[in-house]
Structures are given as C-alpha cells and as structure tokens.
Ligand binder design. Structure first.
Ligand code: NAD
Length: 352
C-alpha cells in the first residue's frame, strides 16, 4: 500500500514524519488515540524493506497500543514510533540520531511518551532522554529508570498462561503442562524461568545459535527446529518472537489447546482469530497478555511503584482482563480477539 492510502485508511489521530538527513533514517511517530490519555508506545528501530513498510508497522503497532491500554483501563492512549534506519547505518552516528529523535519527542510536549522496543534498549533510552525527557521511560537503573521491561512482561504472560489453564482444565497450575516457547529473548527467556519453577514441561524454538546453546546444551531443554514448530504437540504454544505467526498457513498445522505468548501482533489478520476459534484453540489476545512492561515501567518511574507493587499490579491486571475476555467470548460465541476489541471499544467510547 502507498503512503497516501495508508494514512487515509488509518483510523488513528496523527502521524508525525521526520526525515533525518544526516543518516537517511525516516522517523514515524503514530498517535492512534489520546481518548484515554497521552499516547504511549515504544520506539522500534530497524531497517525496513521500504518506507511504506515502516509506516505500516508504526500505524499497526500504535493501534495495538490503544487496545493494550484500554482493555485493563489504563489512562493512556496508543502510540508508537518507528525509526527506519538504512541497513548500512554507521554505528557511530546512532547516538546523534537518537538525540535528534529525543528532540522530536520533547517538541511533542507530552502528546507521546516512549520507551524501548525491538531494536532499542534501555541504554538507548538513556540517550533519547538526554534531549527527550521527561517523556522517555525504560531508562537503565543506573540512569534512574526501571530498566528492561522484558522480565515483567514475561511475568504478566505467565499469569495469563495460568488463566488459560484455568479456563481449559479448571486448574490454573502449569505443573506438567507442555508449553512450547517460540523466541527465548527478554520475554521468552524469562517466561521459561517461570514455567520451569511452576513444574511445566518446556520446549523451545529460536533461530539464534547462542540462545539455542544456552537453553538446550546448558539448561537441557528440548529444542524444536523452526520447520516443525507449528506441528509440535503441546498444551500451550507461546509465541515470544515475531508478529504474524498465526496465519492461514500455520493455524491448520497447530497441535495445541491454546496460544498465549508475549509477541506483538501475532495474528496475520483478524480472520486468523476466526481460524483459531474454528479449530477450538483458545487464543489469549497478545495486547491483553503482554501489557506488563507498558504498565509497570511508567508505574515504577512516574508513579513510584516498588518492584513488588508493579509485579502485583501486572499479575492482577492481566488475569482480570483475560478472565473477562474469555468469559465474554464464551458467553457471546465470539472470538477472544473480538471480545477484547469490544471491551476496549466500550472503554474508548466511555472515555474511561
Ligand atoms: P528479544 O529480541 O529479546 O527476543 C526475541 C527472540 O526471538 C530472540 O531470541 C530471537 O533470536 C528470536 N527470534 C527472532 N526471530 C525468530 C524466528 N523467526 N523464530 C524463532 N525465534 C526467533 O525480544 P523481546 O523483548 O523478548 O520481545 C519478544 C516479542 O515480545 C516481540 O514481538 C516484542 O514486540 C514483544 N513484546 C516485548 C515486550 C518487552 O517488554 N520486551 C513487551 C511487549 C511485547
């Protein structure tokens, strides 16, 4: 889709576009909704095949942030920034690019709050905050921030898996449940720790040699190669790597009772929620189960939550929201994705 049609067809509020002449990077800040509060969302930084693809990603991810905050009733709107960098970006020019991006965030004057996402780290947020404060979250602990959002996101995902078990088996325990985790990075890797501590049987998939060595050779977990990941029998498939993994190609092959994981935008399209439903596979909508970081990091940095309080808030919030989503879907015979959207839309309509 070209840029003009992408913008025209989008149901969000504003897109700020900046071309960074010094590096050739394109910066998109997509503000999907400020109905419930100022827009919040991470900064994704990576090379895209073309500028349209980068814009599309920003638009889609910003909309998901609106739902992410609306379902549990967090008073924040949905936004997302994408920095489409040239593949040959000189690493030395990266800090200056991040500072220029920080200036843009500051100029927005609180319309948009940001933090780390794919391709950016807490260390990067320290740099963005030099020019972008006070609108930058997820800085390093050394710089006064709350650090990596992956582990607390994983805690929320784990809490969501308990609700999925409760719904499927009438028992929230993960003891003896077979869980396949796809992607063992910040979120998936920590999720595995929680699963093992709870007595689950954990299998994993990744494409990174160092990660495979650690989880297979050192921890002794069974490794599932990418070509057989969707056919592998398990209770719960937990996508924690990429978006778009649930689609017309993969869904017919799944041999699981539920899909519940931390990756953003897991559904290729909305029809894929119907496909999962038709196969009797319980789906935990990604933006409901992976809200942990987006909720806890601002909570700790702006509201003064302790780590323990943040963990409690995340677990309670994810479990309450997911129970509501599953209950609405079951009562009305609609997909869990449709149920989550309905709950979010109702909150957006009401403005609370
Ligand atoms: P990460 O980069 O730390 O980890 C991703 C892992 O997935 C890596 O180990 C990588 O090797 C692996 N991977 C990449 N491509 C793969 C493929 N094709 N097949 C299998 N494995 C593959 O990222 P993260 O912070 O753990 O985030 C993971 C997902 O969760 C992303 O979709 C992200 O948007 C989402 N998410 C993250 C957070 C957070 O706080 N970090 C919050 C909400 C959602």
């Amino acid at each position: 889709m070209d840029i003009e049609s992408s913008l025209r067809d989008w149901d969000g509020e504003t897109v700020i576009i900046q071309y960074d002449r010094a590096t050739g990077a394109w910066i998109f800040v997509a503000i999907h909704s400020t109905r419930l509060g100022p827009a919040g969302g991470g900064t994704r930084m990576k090379p895209y095949p073309d500028v349209e693809a980068a814009l599309q990603d920003a638009l889609r991810l910003a909309a998901a942030m609106t739902y992410k905050f609306a379902v549990p009733g967090i008073p924040r709107g949905g936004g997302k920034a994408v920095i489409d960098v040239p593949t040959e970006l000189d690493p030395q020019s990266r800090p200056a690019l991040l500072r220029r991006y920080g200036e843009l965030v500051r100029q927005l004057g609180g319309l948009f709050y940001t933090g780390p996402d794919v391709g950016t780290s807490s260390e990067d947020m320290d740099i963005v905050a030099e020019t972008g404060a006070p609108y930058v979250f997820g800085r390093t602990v050394a710089a006064g921030g709350a650090g990596d959002s992956g582990p607390i996101t994983a805690l929320g995902v784990f809490a969501g898996l308990q609700v999925a078990c409760e719904f499927l088996y009438g028992d929230a325990s993960l003891q003896g449940r077979r869980v396949l985790v796809q992607g063992v990075g910040h979120v998936g890797g920590t999720l595995i720790q929680y699963l093992r501590a709870a007595g689950a049987e954990v299998l994993f998939n990744d494409i990174d040699d160092a990660a495979i060595r650690h989880f297979h050779n050192e921890l002794g977990l069974p490794f599932v190669p990418s070509e057989s990941v969707y056919e592998t029998e398990c209770d719960i498939f937990a996508p924690c790597a990429l978006g778009g993994v649930l689609n017309s190609d993969t869904i017919p092959r799944l041999k699981c009772r539920a899909v519940a994981g931390g990756a953003n935008n897991q559904l290729g399209s909305l029809e894929d929620a119907e496909r999962l439903w038709a196969r009797g596979i319980l789906y935990a909508p990604d933006y409901v189960i992976n809200v942990g970081g987006a909720m806890a990091i601002p909570g700790m940095e702006a509201l003064g939550w302790s780590q323990a309080q943040a963990e409690k808030e995340v677990v309670q919030s994810v479990q309450k929201a997911l129970r509501q989503v599953f209950a609405v879907a079951a009562a009305e015979g609609i997909t869990t994705e449709a149920a989550a959207r309905r709950i979010a839309e109702e909150r957006l309509q009401a403005g609370t």
